[in-house]
Design a protein around this ligand. Structure first.
Ligand SMILES: Nc1ncnc2c1ncn2[C@@H]1O[C@H](COP(=O)(O)OP(=O)(O)O)[C@@H](O)[C@H]1O
Ligand SMILES: [Mg+2]
Length: 292
């Protein structure tokens, strides 16, 4: 199975490499390629995961379409034949894993919505009774559904640094009150609609991260949307409160990395073949379940 770890498209202007995506600047638009790189604990692992980039791209496109009535998004096209001429010689590598998008000014915050208490939110709740400064009912159990989804923003740090959870006031300081309110309301509305759709497919979206940006003064949804990389997806039939959940996402890889007691600092260890294979299968399963 051919994988893409890295792209080198000579003649196109590389704008940056994220943990997962390579981004080329085409002027008013960006070409975003989802590689098969996998990051865990904010560190890129050395092994590509077969078909991961394709799965992430297809899931994002699915959600952009389902959610476009709530807020506009950056997608221009995912049809490579409609990309600018300069991209055409790379068509084989672009097919299925790329998007042509509007070049926006990303906000410096990550817009996280949590419907269930898990991960770092669970940790914060256990020690403080709060997440992102939001008081939650006492006595909640791990993986329990929140009374209402909550907005728990974080800073957006550069590669290698961990994003920091912030409260709403800090988000207001970073992006302005009006914008903070807008993205909070949009993020919660997006989460609610997506959760309802996913529930019909027996998937619980425990939490997810959105990014927004300005394009010609208009606030739009950018980046990837509701993928297993940006979200916790849980199979409904295995859901039980009071413990961590099995998931479609990279929790599987995280569990492996925790089991070998990796210190979560680069360089990341290689993954065993069966972890790679099962992770690839997990991503495909998520795509099939969601879009079936
Ligand atoms: N439409 C857009 N305009 C500008 N920047 C974008 C757009 N969509 C996504 N981005 C940025 O591109 C990067 C995506 O690459 P990714 O590998 O996900 O990076 P990261 O390691 O930051 O998660 C993110 O930094 C994101 O903010
Ligand atoms: Mg990202």
């Amino acid at each position: 199975m051919k994988t893409v770890f890295n792209t080198e498209f000579n003649g196109l202007k590389l704008a940056g490499r994220g943990k997962v995506r390579d981004i080329y600047d085409l002027g008013d638009s960006l070409l975003i390629i989802a590689s098969d790189r996998l990051s865990a604990f904010d560190v890129v692992l050395p092994d590509p995961i077969p078909r991961k980039g394709e799965v992430l791209t297809k899931i994002s496109i699915y959600w952009f379409d389902q959610l476009k009535d709530i807020i506009g998004n950056h997608l221009i096209s995912a049809d490579v034949s409609k990309y600018p001429a300069a991209c055409q010689k790379y068509a084989a590598d672009l097919e299925g894993r790329s998007m042509l998008v509007k070049k926006a000014k990303p906000l410096p915050i990550e817009c996280i919505v949590r419907g269930y208490i898990s991960g770092s939110g669970w940790k914060d709740y256990k020690t403080t009774g709060k997440i992102s400064g939001i008081e939650l009912p006492a006595g909640m159990k791990e993986s329990q559904k929140m009374p209402e989804p909550i907005f728990t923003p974080s800073t957006k740090e550069e590669a290698g640094k961990h994003d920091q959870t912030i409260d709403f006031e800090k988000a207001e300081e970073l992006v302005g009150s009006k914008t903070a309110e807008k993205v909070r309301d949009a993020a919660i509305a997006l989460y609610k609609k997506a959760s309802d759709i996913a529930a019909k497919k027996d998937i619980i979206i425990a939490d997810t991260k959105f990014e927004f940006g300005f394009y010609n003064d208009e606030l739009i949804l950018i980046d990837e949307v509701l993928t297993p990389d940006s979200s916790r997806f849980w199979p409904k039939d295995d859901y039980e409160i009071g413990r961590g959940q099995k998931s479609f996402d990279k929790q599987y890889v995280r569990d492996y990395l925790i089991s070998i007691k990796w210190d979560q600092k680069p360089p990341a260890p290689q993954l065993p073949k069966d972890v790679i294979k099962k992770t690839s299968e997990k991503y495909l399963e998520a795509l099939k379940k969601l879009t079936a």
